[in-house]
Write a protein that binds this ligand. Structure first.
Ligand SMILES: [Zn+2]
Length: 339
């Protein structure tokens, strides 16, 4: 198990482990796809490990770690909502039942509750009762994107461990090493992932979509020079687009045109290129961005960005993705040529 990023949360957990002052309830909070669940299971292993490393991380080779690794540790359990559903009271009953007994093997019994904000009222009340009078050996790790989504009565009983978006550099390096992407592909996917490592992995596993993305990006880069027929034929390639793909293309366009605008405005300021690269979504495309910045006026770029925001909204309201993107490309071209 490899945890990418989350240094601050790991430091905090190692500190808790070193002091040995373990609470009964933790909330691992932070955006989607940054490794909260992985971190929760890391913590569970570390708590039960029979021979932890000097830095308090689990040894990964003792009996307890091996059982945890194979998903068969009797003192570690996961409660999660089934697809499209909530965590129901039935899923809580065995926790209540177990509370009457000692853990099977270790010092603690650890229950990870994933997507804890998706509990029914009855399930939430049931966990609240357990948190109010926690059985001595029990540790609950709740996972949820935002603490404010939990009942204040539950939240007040949890120690919050905050997880943060994974840096673009770390995602890029991970995708490059683990998925065999080219350096350029890894950069593009890392930039699209917005700190969400899981999203990055999903994109990296889908080479066809990756290919389409590259084609689309190169199309966008040459858009000002394209004639009307090319724009329409590109739009005709969108048959297979669904809402998700449409949204992804919008993200690409938003980043692309936002970066052009930044580069354009930057030319009038005295700040260095190094600081410019830091604020760009696609620093690796600086040369193309500079070329594009010469082809568009500031006002055109602003118009295009508002057009894109409008199109994103339309997609969110379930407009036909093909129609939205086609209209948008035509309007973009209109903005460019006054058509
Ligand atoms: Zn171990």
């Amino acid at each position: 198990m490899k945890i990418i990023g989350q240094e601050k949360a790991l430091r905090r957990l190692r500190d808790i482990l070193s002091k040995g002052r373990i609470s009964h309830a933790y909330l691992f909070s932070g955006p989607e796809g940054v490794g909260k669940k992985l971190l929760a299971f890391w913590f569970a292993r570390a708590l039960l490990c029979l021979a932890p490393n000097p830095d308090h991380s689990p040894c990964l080779s003792c009996r307890s770690c091996r059982k945890a690794d194979s998903g068969n540790h009797p003192d570690i359990s996961l409660v999660a909502p089934s697809e499209g559903s909530a965590i129901k009271i039935d899923q809580m009953r065995h926790l209540k039942h177990n509370a009457n007994f000692r853990p099977f093997e270790g010092r603690h019994r650890i229950t990870v509750i994933d997507r804890a904000h998706r509990m029914t009222d009855a399930a939430a009340n049931s966990i609240l009762k357990l948190l109010e009078e926690p059985p001595a050996a029990d540790i609950f790790i709740l996972i949820c994107p935002d603490p404010s989504l939990l009942l204040p009565t539950i939240l007040s009983r949890c120690q919050v461990v905050q997880c943060t978006p994974v840096s673009r550099d770390l995602i890029e390096a991970f995708l490059f090493e683990e998925f065999g992407l080219s350096a350029e592909q890894a950069r593009v996917v890392a930039s699209l992932s917005e700190g969400n490592l899981k999203k990055g992995c999903l994109l990296a596993k889908d080479p066809e979509s990756l290919q389409m993305r590259e084609e689309f990006l190169s199309f966008v880069e040459t858009l000002p020079a394209e004639g009307l027929s090319q724009v329409l034929s590109q739009a005709q390639n969108l048959e297979r687009w669904n809402e998700k793909l449409g949204r992804e293309r919008m993200d690409l366009l938003l980043r692309w045109f936002r970066d052009i605008l930044v580069v354009k405005e930057w030319q009038q300021s005295s700040d260095s290129q190094a600081s410019l690269e830091k604020i760009l979504f696609q620093p690796e495309r600086l040369t193309q961005l500079r070329e594009a910045a010469l082809q568009w006026t500031t006002i055109q770029l602003q118009q295009i960005l508002s057009l894109l925001f409008f199109s994103v909204k339309a997609l969110e309201q379930h407009a036909n993705p093909k129609l939205v993107v086609e209209t948008m490309l035509l309007k973009m071209r209109g903005t460019r040529y006054g058509g």
